[in-house]
Design a protein around this ligand. Structure first.
Ligand code: IPE
Ligand code: IPE
Ligand code: MG
Length: 245
């Protein structure tokens, strides 16, 4: 009888995983479908990968849903993306709340259409006291905008006499980002073979391990994710020192 394969055990500390869910358009095109089918399929992977994170006790997840640069896409595609985001929240919020997930949205929601914004605010409000799992959705998010916003807030505090210039530390900056209070990212995964950050969580990714997989996001299921976790587990995280973690 064939021996059952041993389940992978994650032993390296992994508190926060960040995803750039890329390749939806190419996935759809390869099937002769319109790009938005790829985005729809992509949403199904989010909840599946969330389950795998729970299985491996990874408590914080960041997801790149829409970048500040994605406004360059056709309006029709943007509308589809917002439709699917609303659908995701509507379908999953009861479940996410029931397992104690707190939803955080990073990004400037003022430019997001009102109904999508409302769905986000409702989910944030409903889950604000949950502490088991953290889902950070990056929506109309850009790291450069986030850092400029943090600078403005810090400058305002200095102007009001609440903060001394010499007291500004990396922690001050961290605490003025959308991700304030969340741990630094340990692992950043980008699917579809592209190897760049695309303005994603630049400060929070300062010491993360990057794993790039050729798998397109709609095909990114448990096995592909576990392969990334294995690669992460094999990395020596030195943080500038000499000893392996
Ligand atoms: C990522 O997939 C999803 C979003 C940017 C919202 P893409 O739509 O970028 O897919 P490709 O890169 O064109 O294949
Ligand atoms: C990054 O993917 C943004 C999201 C996944 C939401 P893109 O496909 O927009 O990034 P570029 O344009 O290839 O850098
Ligand atoms: Mg892309």
């Amino acid at each position: 009888m064939a021996k059952r394969k041993e389940e992978f055990k994650l032993t390296k500390p992994l508190h926060h995983v960040a995803f750039i869910m890329d390749g939806n358009g190419r996935w759809a095109k390869a099937r002769g479908l319109a790009r938005h089918y790829g985005h729809h399929e992509a949403c199904k992977r989010i909840i599946e990968i969330f389950e795998v994170c729970r299985k491996y006790d990874i408590h914080v997840m960041s997801w790149y849903a829409f970048s500040t640069e994605n406004w360059n896409r056709p309006q029709e595609e943007i509308d589809h993306l917002m439709d699917y985001l609303e659908e995701f929240f509507e379908q999953q919020i009861d479940y996410l709340d029931s397992v104690g997930t707190k939803l955080i949205v990073s990004g400037d929601l003022s430019r997001i259409r009102p109904q999508t914004r409302e769905v986000c605010y409702k989910a944030i409000e409903r889950t604000k006291n949950n502490t088991n799992w953290y889902i950070n959705i990056c929506l109309n998010y850009g790291s450069r905008d986030e850092l400029a916003r943090a600078c403005r807030m810090i400058a305002e505090e200095v102007k009001e006499g609440k903060l001394e210039i010499n007291d500004i530390t990396p922690e001050t900056i961290s605490s003025h980002l959308y991700t304030a209070g969340l741990p630094d990212i340990d692992l950043m995964i980008r699917t579809s073979g592209e190897q760049r950050l695309s303005n994603y969580l630049l400060f929070q990714n300062a010491y993360s391990e990057f794993v790039f997989t050729p798998v397109k996001w709609p095909d990114f299921k448990e096995k592909a994710f576990v392969d990334c976790l294995k690669e992460f587990q094999g990395r020596a995280r030195r943080f500038g020192g000499l000893k392996n973690e």
